[in-house]
Design a protein around this ligand. Structure first.
Ligand SMILES: Cc1ncc(COP(=O)(O)O)c(C=O)c1O
Length: 432
């Protein structure tokens, strides 16, 4: 046993005195897996280092944004230059225009985009815009999809399709949840029934097309196709929440993936975050010019932000997008991710551990069960104790996976073959 003081534990104790639970976002507290959260002092490429000076291969990447790894030279240079020019002006800058142009060039379903500072702000604004543009109040979301912590989105299914959702958080009044309809992911029958009941009152349907907040679960192609048809038929807007999948599963996001499988497919509105900020607070929502024209100052849907389109954040986002748009970037990233997931599957098989895995681009998930789940209820049947043992087994061996079984994982361009091999070696020992 080491006699060195545990500086993570010391920091955690200090943090808990001044920050609720010691963290500024709940999952960081390791409550799901137990143990002491690691306090990170710095990142370098595929690695993060904790307060004890311990190095970890990072498969969280700040929950998605760090697609290039930590401290990519081109991004660092852009951020340092922008910081010298000024942190924030509260007035328009050319870089915002450049970033909007870069995003629109990669996502052809949108004609205009508005920049905000967090995914929560972007989804909240998208719902308001959908309501303002359609003149309707209700919307559908799916169990297991997380769209940020806006009141109307912190809602779980009610007792039946004819009833509305119930808040999942204290502090959300039932009246706020009464317009939110929550359905099971990938359940076509429920979808048909819900549209038959509420279709004409729906402002929008919001979905994580590849859900990363119940580990990694894809919406089936028939599900997305039918959703598209129903939204068009009933005049509801189809909103792709690509905060996690955007510029992460493919250069054009999950919508590019589904457009390859469903000819002509596009959502009506899209929400982005994470990778577009490259690790800085930046997010966006966009749609056709006609829909976006409902936003202030052109239209009557109000939306604003002191730090929206922040000059340092936009520099970081632009530099990141430029790197990931280089030819071959996503092919190489996808190959790395698949090498990791295939390797994990082999190791699990060797040890007789039930295991299934899926990935797209630089995002992956794995389940300690034989078949990939299709919805949240099945995801949550995972053997939690076994997952927690695996998580800690990996952490002890210097591999930092998401500290909860319902979170996706992320590979960056900085992960080397040696990092992937080291991860598989750790898994071999942890699963033994
Ligand atoms: C799909 C999705 N939408 C929205 C959000 C909220 O983004 P933020 O944490 O930046 O508010 C998240 C965050 O993880 C997300 O994964």
């Amino acid at each position: 046993m080491s006699t060195e003081p545990d500086l993570n534990q010391a920091l955690f104790e200090r943090a808990q005195k001044v920050i609720p639970g010691g963290v500024n976002s709940p999952v960081r507290a390791f409550r799901a897996v137990g143990g002491t959260p690691r306090f990170i002092t710095r990142g370098d490429g595929a690695y993060i280092f904790d307060a004890n000076g311990r190095r970890y291969i990072d498969y969280i990447g700040s929950w998605g944004p760090m697609i290039l790894g930590h401290g990519h030279p081109a991004v660092l240079e852009a951020v340092q230059k922008a910081a010298v020019e000024g942190f924030s002006f509260g007035a328009p800058t050319e870089r915002e225009v450049e970033l909007a142009e870069a995003i629109l060039a990669l996502v052809p379903s949108m004609e205009q985009v508005r920049l905000v500072s967090s995914g929560t702000e972007a989804t909240m604004s998208a719902i308001r815009l959908a309501r303002g543009a359609t003149g309707r109040s209700k919307f559908i979301k799916f169990e297991g999809c997380y769209h940020g912590h806006t009141d109307a989105l912190l809602v779980k299914a009610g007792s039946g399709l004819a009833t509305f959702g119930n808040p999942t958080s204290a502090g959300v009044p039932p009246e706020v949840a009464q317009h939110t309809i929550v359905l099971e992911y990938n359940n076509l029958t429920q979808l048909e029934e819900a549209f038959a009941l509420h279709g004409k009152a729906l402002a929008c349907v919001m979905i994580e097309p590849i859900a990363g907040n119940m580990n990694f679960v894809r919406a089936s192609v028939p599900f997305i196709k039918r959703l598209r048809e129903l939204c068009t038929e009933y005049g509801a807007l189809f909103v792709f929440d690509e905060v996690m999948t955007g510029f992460r599963v493919a250069l054009g996001g999950a919508q590019a993936h589904y457009a390859r499988l469903i000819p002509g497919f596009k959502p009506d509105m899209s929400v982005f975050g994470k990778v577009i900020g490259g690790g800085m607070p930046l997010a966006a929502f966009g749609a056709s010019r006609a829909i976006m024209s409902h936003l202030a100052p052109l239209g009557s849907v109000y939306q604003a932000g002191t730090l929206s389109g922040n000059p340092v954040a936009t520099a970081c986002g632009l530099a990141t997008l430029r790197e990931i748009a280089k030819p071959g970037f996503f092919e190489a990233l996808s190959t790395k991710t698949r090498t990791l997931t295939d390797g994990l599957k082999t190791v699990a098989r060797e040890n007789g551990v039930p295991f299934s895995t899926d990935s797209e681009g630089g995002m992956f998930g794995f389940f300690l069960m034989d078949q990939l789940p299709q919805n949240y209820t099945t995801v949550m049947t995972t053997d939690k104790e076994r997952f927690n043992r695996f998580f800690h087994g990996m952490l002890d061996r210097g591999v930092y996976l998401a500290p909860a079984l319902y979170e996706a994982g992320f590979v960056s361009a900085a992960h080397s073959s040696a990092d992937l091999d080291a991860t598989l070696d750790a898994a071999r020992q942890a699963l033994r």
